[in-house]
Design a binder for this molecule. Structure first.
Ligand SMILES: Cc1cc2nc3c(=O)[nH]c(=O)nc-3n(C[C@H](O)[C@H](O)[C@H](O)COP(=O)(O)O)c2cc1C
Length: 304
């Protein structure tokens, strides 16, 4: 028997496979299709202080190896999240861990969301989105070293729960940003959010996406995601969650070998909603075939 469990942030994840923020709603949306509680966990859609309707359509479209999205952080807002979404997570997820993804435009925004959630039950910790390319100011904190340090310090002061910062790949040296998170009290890092991109309809000569540009995700970004994960894991001691283009166990294993303790699956779930449970099963088989008893032995086991 292969042990896929990973102990991260002081708790045990039964396996390393989580659903990525923005691609699984608040968990309930997948409940009729897969047993979400068999996964390592889920990361909710971004929660902002106030509800947001998001960007104008078209908000998603296929790209040659993935998709482009510009949802614009549409979400129910803090109060409705507590009232309408957290109860389902609390009542239905007993083994899968829950991270709440949080977005904002000022330190105060983030602090109010985290402060407003911290006394609630039903989730483990926070994934702080400082890396959304689809709204004005969405990557402000992820690309400004001083602002990032201030944000992480401010959040550390209002919560004891795991604080995971979701990095943007759109900086010259992501290792520096990882180090800033570590030095200011973060517990972990998620790597990566989407890359900015655009699609143009050559007949109308207009952008396909309503807000002109969007974030590129899916298999196209996997090699970049693995690279960023490797750079980050080589630079800091914090646990890293690898994200970007994972569709199979082999894809997940690339991230794990590069240094990720956990992984998230997003875009692949739109193509095949069994991608996440199949990845868990595939990791079992891959480890078994390679004679590996514990998956944790493989974290950062890349040989260069
Ligand atoms: C439709 C859509 C919505 C997303 N919404 C969020 C979000 O609210 N917060 C966030 O941090 N990331 C969001 N993301 C980024 C994903 O969580 C993930 O980092 C990215 O898609 C790369 O993983 P993937 O290639 O497996 O999809 C979103 C991605 C997609 C495709």
């Amino acid at each position: 028997m292969v042990d896929l469990a990973q102990t991260v942030f002081g708790v045990t994840f039964q396996n390393p496979v989580l659903l990525a923020s923005g691609t699984c709603g608040y968990g309930e949306e997948y409940a009729d299709i897969i047993d979400v509680d068999q996964l390592g966990g889920i990361v909710t859609k971004a929660v902002t202080l106030h509800p947001r309707v998001g960007n104008p359509p078209c908000r998603i479209s296929e790209t040659p190896a993935g998709m482009i999205n510009s949802i614009g952080l549409a979400n129910v807002g803090l109060e409705a999240f507590k009232r309408e979404k957290l109860p389902w997570l609390r009542e239905n997820l007993h083994r899968a861990q829950v991270l709440v993804n949080v977005a904002g435009w000022s330190v105060d925004d983030y602090v109010k969301v985290v402060g407003g959630l911290d006394d609630e039950h039903g989730f483990l910790g926070y994934e702080i989105n400082v890396s959304c390319p689809n709204v004005d100011g969405g990557t402000l904190f992820g690309t400004d070293k001083v602002a990032l340090a201030e944000l992480v310090r401010a959040l550390r002061a209002v919560t004891q729960r795991p604080l995971v910062i979701k990095l943007t790949p759109n900086v010259a040296d992501v290792g520096v940003f990882a180090q800033i998170c570590e030095e200011n009290g973060a517990d972990g890092l998620s790597s990566i959010n989407t890359f900015p991109g655009m699609l143009i309809d050559v007949e109308t000569r207009r952008p396909v996406i309503g807000s002109t540009t969007g974030g590129i995700s899916g298999p196209a970004i996997r090699p970049m995601g693995v690279y960023v994960t490797w750079k980050v894991a080589s630079r800091v001691k914090l646990p890293v969650i690898g994200i970007g283009g994972i569709c199979t166990a082999s894809d997940a294993m690339e991230y794990i070998l590069a240094g990720a303790a956990l992984v998230q699956i997003g875009t692949a779930m739109f193509v095949d909603p069994y991608s996440a449970p199949d990845t868990v099963q595939g990791l079992h088989e891959l480890c078994e075939r390679q004679g590996v008893g514990r998956l944790s032995e493989l974290v950062g086991a890349l040989e260069v």
